[in-house]
Design a protein around this ligand. Structure first.
Ligand SMILES: [Zn+2]
Length: 356
């Protein structure tokens, strides 16, 4: 009985399908010209996100958390985090799952509970392509890749294969699809000498090109290329950073944002697109003066709307917001005087960029 009923309904479905096919695929009986597309109206929209520098929830930051709680590294910036649609940062520590480790020397680990600040303050996506991705081995990286999405945090820059590591992810905010990719100068903390399949590398231009193309094919309207590269404690980018950033723009990225040098670095406009070579530290426990300053970007992306308009969105505004890292891991907004002094170091007078 059950079988018969099933057969009858399958036949019914097939007939309905055949009818639907003939209705739209048969000889044209409607009067509209075949090549007229229906008018699609898009409403104007804007989306805003923060991009912050390096976040290291380990070592001295773990001690800060032990003293003041999981949210201590984030709390001073709560209002700023809440002023956007979502936030992005480079997350420089694996979450290995082994919470007895708090990171020591140059081998980092984040305890599972210590990601609460990222969750609470709307970090919907993080970059994991950095020189500490494998600090807790392959098992540590795999745990990180399984754990973060479970907390509502997407990641870019790592995977089981180079293609997977290069796969971009899209965050949709107010109807605008913003894609992210991430790549690093190094796969381990060894200055880039050994490679592994897990970390996207800045020299993989071909993979980057495919990745951006795939994002566009998926309807992505604005591409953010992020990189972890540069020489530590320097103010200007070196050639591999410049090569990556320009190649990203040549291949369709709309903005390039970097980190790793622990200092903020100069910016560049290339073919009308902005490159921020290094945002410096954001949550980090270093103690030398310039490492206790960072740059946060408040990025606004706009789609102007209209009828049958192109799908791409544009950069509407970038606000450069310097931060001061206190208590070895708790950034706060810099005062106007501090901001001006920090921005002067990279030759910037006006903290607001509004491209034409
Ligand atoms: Zn780094």
């Amino acid at each position: 009985m059950v079988e018969n009923t099933l057969r009858v309904s399958v036949i019914g479905l097939l007939l309905a399908f055949a009818f639907a096919l003939s209705a739209c695929g048969g000889p044209a009986t409607n009067t509209a010209p075949a090549n007229t597309k229906p008018a699609v109206e898009t409403k104007p929209s804007k989306a805003t996100f923060l991009a912050v520098g390096d976040i290291m929830l380990s070592r001295g930051v773990a001690r800060l958390i032990d003293r003041e709680g999981e949210l201590a590294p984030f709390n001073s910036m709560a209002d700023v985090f809440r002023s956007t649609d979502f936030n992005f940062g480079n997350f420089e520590t694996p979450v290995s799952g082994n919470d007895t480790r708090v990171g020591k020397g140059l081998v980092f680990n984040t305890r599972k509970k210590d990601v609460e600040g990222l969750v609470k303050y709307n970090f919907k996506i993080v970059g994991l392509a950095n020189n500490h991705a494998l600090d807790q081995g392959e098992a540590g990286l795999r745990h990180t890749m399984a754990f973060l999405p479970g907390k509502g945090i997407e990641y870019v820059g790592v995977g089981e294969t180079p293609e997977e590591a290069w796969k971009g992810k899209i965050i949709t905010a107010n109807g605008i699809k913003i894609g992210f990719i991430a790549a690093s100068y190094s796969s381990y903390n060894d200055n880039g000498s050994r490679r592994n399949p897990f970390v996207a590398r800045i020299e993989d231009v071909e993979l980057m090109r495919n990745s951006i193309q795939r994002l566009r094919d998926e309807g992505c309207q604005f591409v953010v290329a992020t990189m972890h590269a540069g020489i530590e404690y320097t103010r200007r980018p070196h050639q591999p950073q410049i090569d990556f950033a320009r190649a990203a723009i040549d291949n369709g990225a709309d903005i390039v944002i970097g980190g790793h040098p622990h200092w903020i670095q100069t910016t560049e406009v290339y073919r009308g697109k902005y490159i921020f070579y290094s945002l410096g530290n954001f949550i980090f426990d270093q103690r030398k003066p310039d490492t206790m300053e960072g740059l946060m970007l408040k990025v606004t992306v706009a789609h102007d709307g209209g009828v049958n308009v192109e799908k791409t969105a544009r950069l509407d505004r970038v606000e450069l917001m310097p931060v001061i890292v206190e208590r070895f891991g708790a950034p706060r907004s810099a005062t106007p005087a501090e901001s001006a002094a920090i921005l002067r170091k990279i030759g910037i007078n006006d903290p607001v960029i509004s491209p034409k």
